[in-house]
Design a protein around this ligand. Structure first.
Ligand SMILES: [Fe+2]
Length: 115
């Protein structure tokens, strides 16, 4: 039997400036800030075009990777949580941050940012 991925393909939009609203509402937005000497990574889904947050259509989870390693995962609930998460990290400059989110209707979407 051929191997099949457990999850579906990951959608990755290289240039959001030319993307449509469907892509913009699903692609994670990664921000890095510093507070008190601590680096904080924030991931928002629907930064510029809000994604629905209803029981039948919502972001079920957001996962953050550093290079190829998963470093944090947030399971979300419809309506009562928003797809915006933040976490302090201790990573080297040059680390590739990758955020992946899952929409219950439209699958996996990813974005990357080099720290
Ligand atoms: Fe969706």
């Amino acid at each position: 039997m051929p191997e099949a991925p457990i999850l579906g393909p990951v959608n990755f939009v290289a240039d959001l400036s030319t993307a449509g609203d469907f892509e913009k509402k699903h692609t994670p937005h990664i921000e890095v800030s510093t507070a008190g000497g601590v680096t904080i990574v924030s991931v928002t889904v629907g930064q510029d075009v809000p994604h629905p947050n209803q029981p039948d259509h919502y972001i079920t989870w957001i996962e953050l990777f550093a290079d190829s390693a998963s470093i944090a995962r947030f399971d979300l609930s419809a309506v009562v949580t928003s797809p915006k998460v933040s976490i302090p990290v201790d990573l080297d400059a040059g680390t590739v941050l990758r955020a992946v989110e899952n929409c219950n209707l439209h699958g996996l979407w990813a974005a990357e940012l080099v720290l």
